[in-house]
Design a protein around this ligand. Structure first.
Ligand SMILES: C[S@@+](CC[C@H](N)C(=O)[O-])C[C@H]1O[C@@H](n2cnc3c(N)ncnc32)[C@H](O)[C@@H]1O
Length: 223
């Protein structure tokens, strides 16, 4: 990806940290369980599902945004799937962002909430986006901002773009999970659900939302 080592090159942990960042996850989960939402990083099997839309042939290097990248499980898969992609991440937790930058030198990471998506894209003159990968927990969608965030994601996508979001199979039917599914259906013409990815702790499913509903206020207007 732009500004980062070529795909397939080994990640470059600094200071002896493990690339997957499991220790960091445990620590940050203890500090902020709802915001971190997991004790361990997602697995390569789940990451493969999350980046699957990038496997389509494309005439130009894709623009890819990652929301809540954590320690980079999905980032590694994105790099492998689209080495020439222009990549941008928004990560609220500075310790996670530090880890990501150490693991993928040169990567473009905004330290802040995913709600800064439209501004971050406008500041960089980036878009339309081909894939928005979200590792965000339900807490990031709490309150009225939740709907605005999904609307922003749909608004910044190219008409052929896609948005992937995972959820744990066990909590998929809980009210926040059902609410998120409805939001995706409101802002996208198509929302597909993957089979359960059993090789993840805990098992998870991936929503792939496509055919973004055109926005009245596209994010490239620079809100
Ligand atoms: C469940 S972890 C997923 C991390 C990584 N994508 C993975 O699957 O291993 C959730 C991540 O989202 C980040 N996060 C939580 N709320 C956020 C927000 N409002 N904006 C940006 N990142 C957020 C957390 O700091 C954490 O890194």
């Amino acid at each position: 990806m732009t500004g980062a080592p070529a795909a397939g090159s080994p990640s470059a942990p600094r200071g002896g940290r493990r690339p997957s960042g499991t220790g960091l996850f445990v620590r940050e989960f203890a500090r902020a369980p709802l915001r971190t939402a997991s004790l361990v990083p997602s697995s390569p099997a789940l990451a493969e599902r999350m980046v699957a839309p990038l496997r389509r042939p494309s005439a130009r290097p894709p623009v890819v945004v990652e929301l809540g990248p954590g320690t980079g499980s999905f980032t590694a898969a994105l790099r492998a799937a689209a080495p020439a992609a222009r990549y941008l991440a928004l990560e609220l937790n500075p310790a996670m962002a530090d880890h990501l930058e150490a693991r993928f030198p040169g990567i473009d990471v905004v330290r802040g909430p995913a709600s800064g998506l439209a501004r971050a894209l406008a500041e960089r003159g980036l878009g339309p986006v081909d894939l928005v990968v979200s590792g965000l927990p339900w807490q990031a969608f709490a309150g009225p901002e939740g709907d605005a965030l999904v609307a922003d994601v749909a608004a910044c996508l190219a008409p052929s773009g896609a948005h992937t979001q995972f959820t744990y199979s066990a909590t998929r039917w809980a009210p926040p999970g059902r609410r998120q599914h409805r939001r995706l259906q409101r802002h996208f013409g198509s929302v597909d659900l993957s089979p359960t990815v059993w090789r993840n702790l805990p098992p998870a499913v991936v929503y792939t939302a496509t055919r973004p509903v055109p926005a009245v206020d596209p994010c490239l207007a620079g809100r």
